[in-house]
Design a protein around this ligand. Structure first.
Ligand code: ADP
Ligand code: G6P
Length: 487
């Protein structure tokens, strides 16, 4: 990052949301792993960030508010979406097709044919905003599945900049990707970027396999050290796996502050149980929240001696509530919490404490710190930063992480975590039992291993590795162009 002059970030959303509550407009921080990671690497870097301010408020009010909310050295460029674009691009193609399909949940997809045209149109709209402001920036760094067609649009507009893309969510295997009616168009458009970044080796492999299956005659693939190079008739593309992370130092330091320590102690006192389990998720069916609640219910059923001794705190941050599947999930979670609490509550002990709201950083850290065991059990997840944040907050090294084998984070943390299949409810219940009987020495040893790894591969290492790949790509393609000219 340090060698860069000025960076342009493009993502569907800006890191803040302008909300119109009862006629008065206010700015709130946006949620999700993409925002957590990016806001921590951009602090000291001159940046332009292009994105949607998440609002239906008046454009003039929004412009003024987001300028005031800009983070240090970072100017926000808002892209406004009409209600049709919001419905068909954001809720529709992005979140009713790409999101479930790329998380292997094809039965949840709504392949409405009218979504594709609007997805293309909105990618073009973002491209126009990029073009208007790209002057003086080193290169354009696009983030996530909402904008997979943007490089194609920018090339049409003859932008003349290096275009890089990071894919925050999983990339599916060819058998699942095959279900997408626009599969070849999407792959071709991705090859209009110069550099493509994926979360894990698994995602990169799946992408290569999809190219081989659907564009075999158009692309040649070769390995080049840690990255893969693709050659098409007119260009070269570099792709690699760059696992995203958190600002470990910042999370750890803040977790030790007086405020967080006191808040954690008071949370712990209110829990009134020997053991505290914790779940922290955005409201999303990929996070496996109902499955986790059922596994906890099974634990209480199978191990009655744990009743009154173990409490699960489940925190959910509201997300995408206008999509019917998300509304159904919210209701399902509430039904399960009520039913489990109704069944097991006794002598003042309530088995599940359920929180449905956004927490500020200190509150979040206090919850991590107060918990003995984190349950990070998504059905599928690109990375999952909650797993890493929990470890960063456990500065005492005394805490156990249970992580789904289908989260990207499991690759990095498997040496210290208990790895589970989130669909195997008995397996998850067993892992909780095991976590509760670990000796202190075992807990310390496991947590130390994970903390060391996250401290080393933190979010700045991620950004540095990605930016280095972009620099190398630029140098290598310039050199091969020079060779071609001299021949
Ligand atoms: P995703 O990107 O799918 O949302 P991640 O686990 O990678 O999943 O990132 C979620 C981010 O949202 C984390 O940085 C986490 O701290 C934050 N988060 C989750 N729940 C809450 C909450 N209730 N309040 C505030 N932040 C939250
Ligand atoms: C995940 C995605 C992000 C997205 C975030 C929140 O982290 O990878 O691209 O921003 O979820 O979802 P939302 O739909 O509210 O932007």
């Amino acid at each position: 990052m340090s060698a860069l002059k000025k960076l342009m970030i493009v993502s569907n959303r800006l890191p803040c949301v302008v909300e119109n509550v009862g006629g008065s407009v206010r700015v709130e921080p946006a949620s999700g792993g993409l925002i957590t990671a990016l806001t921590s690497v951009l602090k000291n870097k001159e940046t332009l960030w292009v994105g949607w301010p998440g609002s239906d408020a008046e454009e003039q009010d929004v412009r003024a508010l987001i300028q005031a909310a800009s983070i240090e050295n970072c100017r926000f460029i808002p892209v406004f979406l009409s209600s049709v674009e919001l419905a068909k691009f954001y809720y529709g193609f992005s979140n009713e097709i790409l999101w479930p399909l790329f998380h292997d949940l094809q039965s949840r997809c709504n392949f409405d044919p009218c979504y594709w045209g609007i997805y293309k149109r909105v990618n073009k709209k973002y491209a126009a905003a990029v073009l208007e402001h790209a002057e003086g920036t080193d290169y354009v760094w696009v983030h996530d599945y909402h904008l997979m067609l943007i490089a194609e649009e920018l090339r049409e507009m003859e932008i003349g900049k290096t275009l890089a893309y990071f894919h925050h969510i999983p990339f599916p295997s060819p058998d699942i990707f095959a279900k997408l009616p626009w599969r070849s168009e999407l792959l071709r458009a991705m090859l209009r970027f110069d550099v493509l970044g994926f979360q894990t080796g698994r995602d990169l492999r799946n992408f290569v396999l999809c190219l081989r299956r659907f564009l075999a005659s158009e692309v040649r693939t070769r390995r080049n050290g840690r990255v893969v190079m693709f050659e098409t008739s007119d260009r070269q593309v570099t792709a690699g796996a760059f696992p995203i992370s958190i600002d470990f130092q910042e999370f750890s330091t803040r977790a030790c502050s007086e405020e967080v320590t006191q808040m954690a102690a008071s949370l712990r006192e209110n829990i009134k149980a020997d053991h505290c389990l914790l779940g922290v998720d955005r409201l999303d069916y990929t996070k496996g929240i109902p499955e986790r609640l059922r596994a906890f219910e099974l634990l209480l059923e199978q191990s009655p001696e744990l009743q009154c001794r173990v409490t699960l705190v489940q925190i959910v941050v509201p997300s995408r509530e206008d999509i019917p599947k998300y509304q159904e999930l919210k209701q399902e979670v509430e039904r399960l919490v009520t039913s489990i609490n109704g069944r097991f509550t006794k002598n003042g002990w309530v088995p599940i404490q359920y929180v449905y709201r956004r927490l500020n950083r200190d509150e979040l850290l206090a919850h991590y710190k107060a918990a003995d065991v984190a349950l990070v059990t998504p059905l599928k997840d690109g990375m999952n930063l909650v797993a890493k944040e929990f470890c960063a907050a456990h500065t005492s090294n005394d805490g156990v992480l249970i992580v789904s084998e289908f989260a990207g984070a499991a690759q990095q943390l498997k040496a210290g975590a208990l790895v589970v299949n989130p669909n195997d409810l008995s397996g998850v219940a067993n892992a909780i039992r095991q976590a509760l009987v670990f000796t202190r020495a075992e807990r310390l040893c496991r947590m130390r291993t994970m903390r060391r790894s996250i401290a080393k591969d933190n979010v700045s290492a991620w950004a540095e590795a990605f930016c280095t790949a972009v620099r190398l790509h630029t140098v290598e393609t310039d050199e091969s162009l020079a060779c071609a000219v001299s021949v």
